[in-house]
Design a protein around this ligand. Structure first.
Ligand SMILES: [Cu+2]
Length: 144
């Protein structure tokens, strides 16, 4: 009986750990790399609500994404923006920092999630933005 209870408890906590993380993604209808990024998120435990938008510039302006940090798609999680090809692990970092209003991988660097091009890798950084408009480096990836 005791063993059964333990097994049940263990199963319950595992199920909880596997709970998907909800994120909204706004993208243009014809954006292929956006779909590949969504796939990357889903493969890493996110539940994506996909929004096809006629005007991404308007969406970015509304969500407070600065022009200099712009990329293709824009995600929203816990009210924070996730701009461009941000790796799933760095979205978790963003969530853990209450002072940040968003994170971005500006442009479309080769080798970032959803931008795989064989072995080609650009160096890129994940930039965090705080309420005061100050940027910080959340993570750095090296190129080849
Ligand atoms: Cu892209």
């Amino acid at each position: 009986m005791r063993r059964l209870l333990l097994a049940t408890t263990l199963f319950a906590s595992l199920a909880q750990a596997a709970e998907p993380i909800a994120i909204d993604v706004h993208r243009d209808a014809n954006c292929g790399c956006c779909k590949d990024w969504i796939k990357h998120l889903e493969d890493n435990g996110f539940a994506v609500t996909d929004h096809v938008e006629p005007n991404m510039a308007a969406v970015k302006a509304k969500l407070g994404v600065p022009h200099r940090l712009g990329s293709c798609h824009t995600g929203v999680i816990d009210g924070k923006f996730v701009e461009g090809h941000v790796p799933a692990a760095d979205i978790l970092k963003l969530r853990a920092q209450p002072d940040l209003i968003g994170a971005a991988v500006p442009g479309m660097p080769m080798g970032s999630p959803g931008m795989e091009m064989g072995d080609r890798k650009d160096a890129y950084q994940v930039i965090g933005l705080n309420k005061q408009g100050r940027e910080s480096v959340l993570n750095s990836y090296s190129g080849n």
